[in-house]
Design a protein around this ligand. Structure first.
Ligand SMILES: NC(=O)c1ccc[n+]([C@@H]2O[C@H](COP(=O)([O-])OP(=O)(O)OC[C@H]3O[C@@H](n4cnc5c(N)ncnc54)[C@H](OP(=O)(O)O)[C@@H]3O)[C@@H](O)[C@H]2O)c1
Length: 266
């Protein structure tokens, strides 16, 4: 992907680079704020990396913006002069909508919003791409996992489902592991078994055409132990708690744009 420049190589940018590296499809270059991060990119991914966006933009046809939402105005200045001959800007920033991007970017540049997650780092990622995205943009994310076309207006909701949900799932796995430890299972096998059960259950759901409730009922025997656990879950309203957590994430995603000025800067 010689004419692609990745802008930002932090938590998400590095995850994308790892996935592209495994797929043999690294971008042509990366730009970061600090020389330390640029050095990390050169060393780990063996692609040119530096701190000058102006230099990197020469010969670039596609820019993937992976800086924090509040950092967008800072990089937009350098991008304003780019793209008079056409190009594509892909933003993976949460909460920065197309209008905010368009205000700073040449009308000749296609703008696409996408929301990948860190699971892209081992090519099991989930990326929501605003529908209408070109085959070129889909091809950027396809080697990193599964790509879903979603309506542009629902990207904040998909930020919750793709970007943040893995943290909630990890919290759930921690809860399962804590219970297994309480029951006296060894720590390493408790974690390994809990993680594998999540993985296999996801695979079961993905390969069946059924709703989760149908699969759940299939393994719930009347008077058995599973129904005892499910009843406890209902009493604790935990399923509602997880749904509320995702709703809070989506609300927060909609607040993150630079103009809204509510993002912690650290
Ligand atoms: N983390 C996730 O799971 C996730 C998932 C989906 C979407 N996102 C979105 O991805 C974006 C990045 O998130 P993150 O968690 O990766 O943030 P991060 O770890 O803070 O990384 C930000 C990156 O942007 C670089 N940067 C900042 N200002 C710059 C400038 N003026 N010029 C060049 N590079 C600059 C930083 O360079 P230095 O390294 O030198 O500081 C860093 O590499 C956010 O907009 C977020 O909404 C994140």
């Amino acid at each position: 992907m010689e004419d692609v420049t990745l802008l930002g190589a932090g938590k998400l940018g590095s995850a994308l680079l790892r996935g592209w590296q495994r797929a043999g499809r690294l971008p042509g270059r990366a730009v970061t704020k600090s020389e330390a991060s640029a050095g990390m990119v050169r060393e780990c991914f063996r692609i040119p990396a530096g701190t000058s966006l102006d230099e990197a933009l020469v010969g670039t046809r596609t820019v993937i913006v992976a800086v924090k939402p509040h950092q967008w105005p800072e990089v937009a200045g350098a991008l304003e002069a780019w793209g008079d001959g056409g190009g594509t800007l892909v933003s993976v920033m949460a909460g920065v909508d197309r209008d905010a991007l368009r205000r700073r970017i040449s009308a000749r540049v296609d703008i696409v919003r996408a929301m990948p997650n860190v699971l892209c780092s081992f090519n099991e990622g989930v990326t929501a791409v605003a529908d209408g995205a070109s085959a070129h943009v889909r091809a950027l994310f396809a080697p990193l996992g599964t790509v879903f076309d979603v309506p542009e207006g629902s990207l904040d909701a998909f930020t919750a489902l793709t970007a943040s949900a893995p943290a909630l799932v990890l919290r759930l796995i921690e809860g399962f592991t804590d219970a297994a430890l309480t029951l006296g299972l060894p720590a390493d096998s408790a974690l390994a078994v809990a993680a594998q059960v999540f993985r296999s259950t996801g695979a079961w759901l993905a390969q069946s055409a059924e709703h989760p409730a149908v699969l759940r009922k299939r393994i719930t025997t009347p008077g058995g132990c599973t129904i005892a656990g499910l009843m406890e879950l209902e009493r604790a309203r935990s399923a509602v708690g997880f749904a509320d957590a995702l709703l809070a994430t989506a609300r927060r995603a909609s607040e993150l744009g630079p103009a809204k000025n509510v993002l912690p800067k650290s």
